[in-house]
Design a protein around this ligand. Structure first.
Ligand SMILES: C[S@@+](CC[C@H](N)C(=O)[O-])C[C@H]1O[C@@H](n2cnc3c(N)ncnc32)[C@H](O)[C@@H]1O
Length: 239
């Protein structure tokens, strides 16, 4: 078996520092008080502190095992909870959701309530930066066993992580992630659903919840958004 703590440690092996992280880090380092929504194992805020960030850094995530891993360093506040349950009040200059965490917000109600809570957490003029996979790129079609990742985990075991899509409906993709010993038995299977919104839908939700979109890109090098872009990168301001 593969415990939740094992899965959290494996997440960090599977997700090394990437160009998207440089994008987020540049925003984090330019802001004084920062809220990482869906912070996972805390990699971004740990890095910001190591790079010399001296202000408030706060990460929120509902996953106990990920937060346990984040809390191995006391360099930020780590809060267990969901985005739609946050009760911060005008305390932050920047909120962000890295690694497509925005897509875990699946229902319209959860999206609206989460965005409203993020808006309430920000000071006037504060920024909200996030990325989400572009639905027109149909990235889920690449989530197939032949595209599995093979890595050495924190125990030194060779593991294989593969994805299988179960359903695509109403802008929601449900899939399984199977972690197995390479060439051998499955250790755990996780099922998730992610929401895919296009730029028009994102902007409408942001406007409804008190934000204005101020920058929009299709990649982490600040290139334009097109139908073939893999990402929709949004920089919004609390209006
Ligand atoms: C793809 S991970 C991204 C983690 C981290 N931001 C990173 O860059 O590595 C998505 C995270 O969103 C968290 N999450 C799930 N539901 C959430 C919710 N309703 N509110 C906030 N975070 C949530 C998960 O526990 C997970 O840690």
């Amino acid at each position: 078996m593969y415990s939740d703590d094992d899965a959290a440690a494996l997440y960090d092996v599977l997700n090394p520092w990437a160009p998207s992280d440089d994008f987020y880090l540049s925003h984090v380092m330019a802001a004084d008080a920062v809220l990482d929504v869906g912070c996972g194992t805390g990699m971004m805020l740990h890095r910001a502190r190591r790079e010399g960030h001296t202000g408030r850094l706060c990460g929120v995530d509902p996953d106990t095992a990920s937060l346990r891993r984040a809390r191995t360093r006391k360099d930020a506040e780590w809060v267990e909870g969901r985005a739609d349950g946050m009760a911060f009040d005008g305390e932050f200059d920047l909120a962000f959701m890295a690694s497509n965490a925005f897509q875990v917000l699946v229902t319209d109600a959860e999206l609206r309530e989460s965005l409203a809570a993020i808006r309430a957490a920000l000071r006037e003029g504060g920024g909200f930066v996030f990325g989400t996979r572009n639905p027109s790129d149909r990235g889920w079609e690449r989530w197939r066993p032949e595209n599995a990742a093979e890595v050495v985990d924190h125990h030194g075991r060779e593991v294989r992580v593969e994805h299988r899509v179960e359903e695509v409906a109403d802008g929601r993709v449900t899939f399984t992630e199977t972690t197995a010993i390479r060439g051998g038995e499955a250790l755990r299977v996780d099922r998730s659903t992610l929401r895919f919104l296009d730029a028009t839908q994102i902007d409408a939700l942001l406007a409804e919840t008190g934000f204005a979109t101020v920058e929009r890109y299709g990649d982490w090098g600040r290139g334009p958004l097109t139908d073939t872009s893999r990402n929709i990168v949004t920089v919004a301001r609390a209006a």
